[in-house]
Design a protein around this ligand. Structure first.
Ligand code: MN
Length: 206
């Protein structure tokens, strides 16, 4: 069966300073993300992981294939594993400011312009009640990009949507530095989005 491992970060814990502090990054990665990895492996074992050989995003896209006894746990831990993996990959200390290429064009089509897209995304992220994520996704049914939110560790894959960019707004992602000031965290996070990576993800879908 597939055994999942904590992915390495593409940068050091302190490299996203001052926007995300080193201690938050370390705890978030080593403790929180590790707990999703462990929970996912344990749940897969308990439901007979050999019967579910596909990668977790494919399992999440078809949760009905998972025995009901393990479905909620796969949703939570599998979502937590995959959401965080993408979260790390879509951040960088070398932010280049804006998306380019095809993604820039799509953002202009569906959100008028980049500033308006950022405004919409930030508003949605800030108003999530409790723990969750804000996403830029590709919706293959309508062949378009969208902003969606999800609660807890729900992944866009469970809605058959492909995540391109995700922002973690669980308090564990920002509380040490920002306490209750989620809007400030969201505003600062834009400084570390890896648009090259997000743009490449989008290109691969087209
Ligand atoms: Mn998190």
């Amino acid at each position: 069966m597939v055994r999942y491992e904590l992915p390495r970060l593409p940068y050091d814990y302190n490299e996203l300073e001052p926007f995300i502090d080193s201690m938050t990054m370390e705890i978030h990665h080593k403790k929180h993300h590790q707990s999703y990895v462990d929970g996912l492996n344990k749940t897969l074992e308990s439901i007979g992981g050999a019967a579910h050989p596909k990668y977790i995003s494919a399992i999440l896209s078809d949760l009905s294939s998972v025995p009901e006894s393990g479905r909620n746990l796969i949703n939570f831990f599998g979502g937590g594993f995959e959401n965080h993996k993408l979260f790390w990959e879509t951040m960088t200390p070398k932010n280049d400011g804006v998306p380019g290429g095809k993604l820039e064009d799509a953002i202009d089509v569906y959100f008028n312009n980049f500033d308006n897209f950022k405004k919409n995304f930030s508003e949605k992220a800030i108003t999530i009640q409790g723990s969750g994520w804000c996403w830029l996704v590709f919706n293959p049914t309508y062949n378009k990009i969208e902003i969606i939110t999800s609660i807890n560790q729900d992944s866009p894959w469970i809605f058959q949507k492909t995540p391109l960019l995700g922002l973690d707004v669980w308090e564990h992602a920002y509380y040490l530095k920002y306490q209750n000031r989620r809007p400030e965290y969201v505003e600062n996070w834009w400084n570390i989005v890896n648009w090259d990576y997000v743009g490449n993800r989008f290109d691969e879908l087209a």
